[in-house]
Design a protein around this ligand. Structure first.
Ligand code: HEM
Length: 662
């Protein structure tokens, strides 16, 4: 397994930084610069708080001025008009003879020999959260099986005869099929009435992927007892509920591009079974909902199931919003204008430029392995999860140690940079081997843009939203000569560069994962979803009593409250071994485990090394530094054990990696 080089140096440096910053504490106390988890018990239970009203109606028709805004089935918004074709529905660039085939572009621009680690040290939590949010705000379905009475339209992408990955036997005329997207009936009849595509879920960040976007699905997911959501209990913590279609043929269906897991775990969104990390995030929020419902029920024995359910649901939705706006977006360098209240004239609708182009950049941030780590941040006996082998493979979650190893692994791992490169698991054999269902995600992303008639990159950068002006030379897009050479080798004309390709290779803004066009489209989308939402957590008076606590909530809190993980970094969006948030929390899974009894690591402490650039570690090594008691503290033995274990893990990983010193 090829690991990103950044990992170890980030890990060792941050460990020492962590040792410098943590205060005197024992396992079970909150330590660190940003104490995130709070006193045991009653998160969000403000004394005398009444039940919260239902927040965000299923289906999304919640806007007072325009009930279709953000609702299920609303057309994806166009920031720029559809690429004009004589019939109003043909693929963009169909009229351009010299337009390169998408696989040709993918082979040049998206091929990756070795992943490049994210330069800001973003953790793999980051991409999983991105996918989680995608599945809350947009779903563009394809026509296969969904166009009764008509045959599904296809768009094929040709695989070159000399394509070493997808056409090893040099087949002539080899092409893979992509089904075209479902479109709004009666659109696409002429250039004046171009084809438009529905968003099949609500545009709001409303937890639809947890609760469902219609009452039927939402009701199936409920226990109707104690406000709880259904779940599957396991010795390693609750998982999503499993449907038994034999006895319940009308149980909600799941599908991602036509694929399913053998074990039919059910969630609010149909795509949740795709891999273990996505499934983990879904399960986490079902656990959080049920944890809240149980606490609320205990404090308010007279509340009905309905009151408990809607109160817990409103809090969970607010949490998803807080994590997105306070952690996820800032971690990527997407800095929004300050929130200045609900703006009733604004539509939240998801744009084609976002769902079909800009948000897909997350596909380049995915690594080929989902790490599975124990509390010492060592790989568990069952090993890591290979992405390709793990697609829809959810059969052995309990035997594989549950979801805790996955969360630790995601937070520990530095994800690949947001760029144009995709791992082979996505670019050459997504959901199957070539010829056996295997697809190229990069080709599909570009082709989906053409399917939706997305105009070329130059039109976006020249638009008033982005305001970069025209691109006359390749170097107007990027100063990276390799990328310039690659681009100019496939596109004969700069004005035909697909929007997605141009945005992926644009030079990055400072402290950002993205270039200016991508950033502008992300900003536009996330600001509109936020500002148009009358129930956004900052605008929602019903949440006023718990607003401070909501504002302080971090994803690390939610992980710690709902797992047996003992320590994790407070900001899980950046890879770190500074495990500065510990676990004072009550969970439905019994008392916390004793970390010290789990760790077999032997602590050897050296004095005088902290922060001293000239300090030379003794040959037999020390696993922790004591910094003297000048500042009146020394980490407690229990804390040393946990940090020591991490350093030992770091040392054992380092043997196979060449790394920079910190
Ligand atoms: C292993 C992880 C992932 C896999 C296997 C995956 C796979 C897919 C597939 C098969 C599609 C449908 C493509 C089409 O037919 O047009 C899709 C759509 C999409 N993906 Fe991913 N994806 C992953 C992670 C992500 C991440 C991390 C992000 C963003 C941060 C993301 C953003 C999107 C978006 C915006 C769409 C379009 C959604 C829609 O409107 O239907 N995906 N993905």
């Amino acid at each position: 397994m090829q690991r990103p080089k950044l990992r170890l140096s980030a890990l060792v440096c941050s460990l020492f930084a962590g040792l410098l910053f943590v205060g005197s504490a024992g396992a079970g106390d909150t330590v660190g610069m940003t104490p995130a988890s709070q006193a045991e018990g009653s998160f969000y239970l403000s004394e005398g708080m009444g039940p919260l009203p239902s927040s965000h109606p299923y289906g999304g028709a919640e806007h007072a001025l325009n009930a279709t805004w953000g609702s299920v089935g609303e057309p994806l918004l166009r920031l720029l008009p559809r690429y004009s074709t004589p019939n109003g529905f043909e693929l963009a660039f169909k009229d351009v003879e010299s337009i390169p085939e998408v696989r040709e572009i993918s082979n040049v621009v998206c091929h990756e020999d070795e992943p490049i680690a994210d330069p800001m040290g973003l953790s793999a939590v980051n991409w999983v959260w991105g996918q989680f949010i995608t599945h809350d705000i947009d779903l563009t379905t394809t026509q296969n099986g969904r166009s009764p009475g008509t045959s599904a339209e296809s768009a094929y992408y040709h695989i070159p005869i000399d394509d070493p990955w997808m056409n090893p036997h040099g087949q002539e005329e080899f092409a893979l099929r992509m089904f075209r997207s479902v479109y709004i009936p009666d659109t696409g009849t002429s250039p004046d009435n171009p084809r438009e595509h529905p968003n099949n879920i609500t545009a709001w960040i409303d937890g639809g992927l947890i609760y469902g976007d219609n009452a039927e699905r939402a009701n199936w997911l409920r226990e109707f007892d104690g406000g709880r959501l259904k779940s599957t209990s396991s010795t390693t913590g609750d998982l999503l509920p499993i449907a038994d279609y034999a006895t319940e043929p009308n149980a909600p269906k799941m599908s991602f591009s036509g694929f399913n897991s053998q074990t039919p775990y059910i969630a609010g969104d149909i795509r949740a079974q795709e891999h273990i990390a996505l499934m983990a995030m879904h399960s986490l929020f079902v656990r959080e909902h049920n944890r809240l419902a149980a606490l609320l029920a205990e404090a308010n024995p007279s509340w009905t199931d309905e009151q408990l359910y809607h109160t817990a649901r409103a809090i969970v939705i607010a949490e998803v919003q807080v994590v997105t706006y306070e952690e996820y977006l800032p971690s990527l360098g997407v800095i929004l204008d300050s929130w200045s209240g609900h703006q009733p004239d604004l539509s939240p609708s998801v744009s084609n430029a976002f769902a079909t182009v800009a948000f897909r950049v997350g596909h380049s941030q995915i690594g080929d392995t989902i790490l599975r780590l124990d509390e010492n941040r060592e790989v568990i006996a069952q090993g890591n999860q290979n992405l390709f082998k793990g697609f829809f493979a959810l059969e052995n979650i309990e035997q594989d140690g549950g979801l805790d190893p996955v969360f630790r692994g995601l937070a520990y791992d530095v994800q690949p940079a947001a760029d144009s490169r995709y791992v082979n698991d996505l670019r050459n054999f997504m959901f199957g081997s070539p010829g056996l269902g295997g697809q190229d995600m990069c080709s599909i992303d570009i082709l989906r843009g053409r399917d939706h008639g997305v105009p070329p990159y130059v039109d976006y950068r020249n638009s008033s939203l982005i305001g970069l002006g025209p691109a006359n030379n390749w170097t107007d897009i990027t100063q990276n000569q390799t990328l310039v050479n690659q681009l100019s080798s496939v596109y004969l004309n700069i004005s035909h560069v697909d929007a997605y390709v141009g945005m992926m290779i644009e030079d990055r803004l400072p402290n950002s994962s993205f270039g200016p066009s991508m950033t502008a489209i992300w900003k536009d989308q996330f600001q509109r979803i936020r500002d148009a939402d009358p129930s956004f957590y900052l605008a929602n008076d019903a949440l006023a009593e718990i607003l401070d606590e909501l504002n302080r909530t971090r994803l690390s809190d939610i992980i710690l409250r709902n797992s047996d993980i003992q320590a994790i970094q407070c900001d899980v969006f950046f890879a770190s071994t500074t495990l500065d948030c510990l676990t004072p929390r009550t969970t439905p899974y019994g008392p916390s485990k004793n970390l010290t009894s789990e760790s077999s690591a032997e602590t050897k402490t050296c004095t005088g090394c902290c922060g001293d650039p000239d300090y030379e570690a003794p040959p037999d090594g020390c696993v922790a530094c004591a910094c003297g008691s000048e500042d009146g503290w020394l980490p407690s033995p229990a804390l040393y054990v946990s940090l020591a274990a991490v350093l030992i893990a770091a040392a054992s990983h380092s043997s196979s990696d060449e790394e920079d010193d910190c």
